[in-house]
Design a protein around this ligand. Structure first.
Ligand SMILES: *Cc1c(COP(=O)(O)O)cnc(C)c1O
Length: 415
């Protein structure tokens, strides 16, 4: 018998370190991952392959709105998996029609296109703006300019990357899609200065997520809406992170009372099953025509059953009101932490999308929270901790999170 075979016979289950070594050997290295291997989730907790239990205030980057293992959601997925997974967009299927109708009702939009991801939803939204200008007779990009925001994040495909306002994401991949100009978020004059007859659209996150949790100001959104109307350009809101109830309204723009022509959704829409969408109404709803856009997987019965069930659960359990209430509770807790520690210099956000800004890099806090406090948190930029928990959290989870976070702060940045 070979030595390695003998060893395999008596081996115990693979530990985290072995998994990590294998993963590092296999994966194209585009991430610096935390040294944790998650295997299972239940409610608000994640479990690693060594059996450790973690409180999750990260939700897979604002995706797992229902937490883990929700019975109603899981049952719907199982049934759909046994019924029909995929047929292509050249046929109709009931789950996509039902998910579409429910998403339109929740978003006050008129038309929906399902995508596989957020970045693809952004691509589609950009294409609507360009197509709208083309329909007016503009050729060769003479009206192809899109105004995007500094500090924004819209995805990693080369179109979405072109409207992402962070040089370090964009620069290694230039030249990207041309015709993009960057204004300053919440600075209406900077948008006005870039507007011209060449502008076909403006894209912005209603609440900037990756950039550090910066909510738009109402006057800013109103002003950009007016500029778009004046120049007959389309207004696109990227609600991929801030949408789906997270801010205490189904979509963040609904509490500002400023309606975009086009919007994008993804992250929590599928609660972990990959699905996104772009939606449009009015003059934007018919800009693209058959042949203009497509996808093989997008909107298949399986992913749409997930989205439909998520939308049903949002309604039946009134998760939007719950998120609003829990957002207030989280706000008060984080204010206490801010008052207690001098290193915490700022606190922003709406609903269950909040950020604490530190005067020092937060990497050590986030790492200590994960490894020693068994609390899963995410940063946004170098000095902001982002709080985007599952929407189903209760007060006791917020209390527990705060205790663990304080311990991590004390063990690292204010030792
Ligand atoms: C996450 C995110 C995206 C990209 O979504 P992917 O599904 O990762 O492609 C786009 N816009 C915003 C605001 C996001 O938060």
């Amino acid at each position: 018998m070979e030595k390695s075979e003998r060893k395999a016979c008596g081996s115990s289950p693979k530990g985290q370190q072995e998994w990590i070594a294998e993963g590092e050997a296999a994966f194209y290295k585009t991430y610096n991952r935390f040294p944790v291997v998650f295997e299972r989730g239940e409610g608000l907790y994640l479990y690693d392959t060594d059996g450790n239990k973690y409180l999750d205030f990260y939700a897979g980057i604002a995706v797992n709105a229902l937490g883990y293992g929700d019975l109603e959601y899981t049952k719907a997925l199982k049934e759909q998996a046994e019924t029909l997974l995929h047929v292509s967009n050249y046929f109709y299927n009931p789950p996509s029609i039902k998910a579409g109708e429910k998403l339109l009702a929740a978003s006050q939009m008129e038309k929906v296109f399902f995508t596989n991801s957020g970045t693809e939803a952004v691509e589609g939204a950009i294409k609507i703006a360009r197509r709208y200008a083309y329909n007016k007779g503009c050729r060769d990009g003479e009206r192809g300019e899109i105004i995007a925001m500094e500090n924004s994040f819209h995805g990693r495909s080369t179109g979405a990357l072109a409207v992402t306002g962070k040089d370090h994401y964009r620069m290694p991949f230039e030249p990207l899609m041309p015709g993009i100009r960057f204004a300053r978020f919440n600075d209406l004059d900077s948008v006005k200065a870039l507007f011209s007859e060449k502008t076909c659209g403006v894209i912005l996150e209603t609440v900037q997520g990756e950039g550090g949790i910066y909510p738009a100001e109402k006057e800013f959104l109103e002003g950009v809406r007016a500029l778009c109307d004046e120049h007959d350009a389309l207004l696109i809101f990227d609600e991929i992170q801030c949408g789906m109830g997270r801010t205490g309204s189904m979509f963040a723009w609904q509490q500002y009372g400023v309606k975009p022509d086009v919007m994008t959704v993804a992250k929590a829409l599928g609660n972990g099953v990959p699905i996104g969408a772009f939606l449009a109404w009015g003059k934007a709803a018919s800009a693209m025509v058959p042949g203009d856009h497509g996808t093989t997987y997008g909107g298949n019965p399986f992913v749409c059953k997930a989205a439909e069930t998520v939308l049903d659960i949002f309604r039946s359990r009134d998760l939007v009101s719950h998120a609003k209430e829990m957002g207030r509770y989280l706000w008060d807790k984080l204010e206490e932490i801010k008052d207690k520690y001098a290193v915490v210099t700022g606190h922003r956000g709406i609903g269950l999308m909040q950020g604490l800004e530190f005067s020092v890099p937060v990497g050590p806090v986030v790492t200590d929270a994960l490894l020693n406090q068994k609390l899963v948190l995410i940063s946004a930029g170098t000095d902001i901790i982002r709080f985007v928990p599952p929407l189903v959290i209760g007060r006791e989870n917020v209390d527990e999170m705060a205790k663990r976070l304080e311990a991590a702060i004390e063990a690292t940045v204010c030792r």
